[in-house]
Design a protein around this ligand. Sequence first.
Ligand code: NAD
Ligand code: TYD
Length: 352
Amino acid sequence: MKNILVTGGAGFIGSNFIRYILNKNEEVRVINVDKLTYAGNLENLKGLEGNPRYIFEKIDICNKQAVKRVMEDYNVDTIINFAAESHVDRSIVDPTEFINTNIKGTQILLDIAKKIWTIGEDKYKEGTRYVQVSTDEVYGSLEQDEKCFTEKTPLNPHSPYSASKASADMLVKAYYDTYKFPACITRCSNNYGPYQFPEKFIPLIINNCLKHKLIPIYGDGSNIRDWLYVEDHCEAIYKVALKGKIGDIYNIGGHNERTNIQIVKKIINYMHDNVDDSINEKLITYVKDRKGHDKRYGINPEKIFKELNWIPKTQFEDGIVQTIKWYLKNQEWLENVVSGEYEKYYNRMYKI
Ligand code: NAD
Ligand code: TYD
């Protein structure tokens, strides 16, 4: 039985990953460690309570004693570090927590795992593995005609969020280079799918359509993101955890670049045709651009395809419909997450 420590498992990708892995592999136990910040929500894991292969502990990854205890108590052999402050806009307002969780938290996980897994100089227990879930944003921004990011593209982060993720990646690399620590890094493009907190673009659009609220587009809407369905991302991470080469980086993306305005129009059109014909493009409103707004992200995922035989299975046209349908079916979940803190955040962020 493998004992996988998932950090940040009550967030968007982490909770999808836990469901994915518990459904996929009978020989896995998942220990979910999450601080339950505004972005962490145990409702994302509803139905798993009582599952003998699932354990939850409310822990901050910056708490060394607690991380050590959990790793020892559950004989953890694999760590997948999802825990992070993840929203660029919040990092622009205040980077402090991004530095704490994303950088210091990563170093604490690395340090404790290194101590517990060491069996000799630069030697680690058989089957141990650390996966750092990173982002394409560490590479910076592409121009329209530039080639997509490869694993060799130099790091050039612009936002406090991406700078903190790049710092964490450098620490992971340093642990491998210095101590041969058994780590891999994954760098993924923008995810979408069920359980994403509606501060992020796609669920924000869906929520605003449902409420007939204006949809804020930063700048002129021409910025480009490379969208990947979350379950495809989960599959890729699991492949890296099982078979990725120690010390290597894997880019994960869907060859699916779209402008922001294309995304908004796609969602509005679906909602107009299938939900309520009073939802229309009049909801689009252009607002002040995000500071330092990266123009374009685009991932070249050839390495993970060649080495680990991974390709994304979900076409955007299908994934976006599945996602919208999920939000329509789970409006109680949506109502719970948009009440309280989210409402205050929204009113501070968007004066529309
Ligand atoms: P999220 O914000 O939805 O979830 C983050 C989770 O981490 C939350 O449950 C939160 O409570 C938890 N957390 C935060 N600080 C913590 C701490 N100190 N200790 C323990 N838990 C803590 O984020 P997400 O979108 O699920 O992203 C997961 C990871 O994937 C992040 O590392 C992010 O950088 C990376 N990533 C995300 C995307 C994307 O499109 N969402 C793309 C590429 C990479
Ligand atoms: P986001 O979901 O925050 O992801 P990231 O910035 O990490 O890529 O934003 C995706 C894109 O959508 C990005 O170009 C910013 C833009 N955006 C808006 O135009 N309006 C919004 O209200 C939000 C949240 C994002």
